[in-house]
Ligand binder design. Sequence first.
Ligand code: HEM
Length: 234
Amino acid sequence: MSYRIFILALWIRVWHWINALLILCLIISGLSLHYAQPGAGIIKFSLAREMHNIAGIGLCLNYVYFFIGNIVSGNWWQYIPRPHGYMKRCWVQFRYYMYDIFRGAPHPFPTTVDDNFNPLQQLIYWGVMYVLMPLLILTGVTYLYPTLAPDRWFGVDGLLPVAFVHFFVAFLIFLFMLVHVYLGTTGDHLTSKISTMITGWHEEGLEELESTEQDDRIAAGAGAGANAVDAPES
Ligand code: HEM
């Protein structure tokens, strides 16, 4: 037996796949700009520069769309960890990723309409979307309009700290993406999470809802199980 719920509105799916595509373009062109010696880049320098600028502007616009969409739809709430018992829930999820997943244990925090994310996803998605992405965008825009940077900062050229933060944050987002894509394959089936991200519908075995850890979650006030029914598409 399984349950099926509609959890992802069209606007967020559209945002997500545009975002993924733009980040991929930025990584490829960014690496080519970073390794700019003749013959070292993945693509030609002039093309990489053009591609990075266009994808960067696209990413800014798409982020504004994400930010407004989250406020208007109330989806921002998904990203806020519920404080009661949070550390314990993080530990349960961490143990699942490190150990329980390899012995086929059910997901400790099954997806519901009210709680799309497990406790670690909440923390990581919040950090990526509300700390790293704004930093990436702000430093990227400063790179595009260098006059925005101060002439000197901490005794060095003002653009140097901007370049360092931009590169470091891009690297963290790249690492996030590697882990994120791997975890995207850890649903009921290899492709079930990807297909949720495409269709908006989430399907899971009912045994997940009956797992022991689920009792902890209900005790922590998450109210899981209330949505274990087909919900109409909105
Ligand atoms: C090819 C690259 C990518 C793939 C295959 C992918 C896959 C997925 C999947 C399967 C989910 C839903 C399942 C889950 O969260 O457990 C998801 C959600 C999400 N992804 Fe990605 N992703 C990619 C790139 C990215 C990038 C680059 C970012 C941000 C920098 C990102 C941010 C997010 C966020 C914030 C969510 C949650 C959206 C929401 O429900 O509000 N993803 N992704």
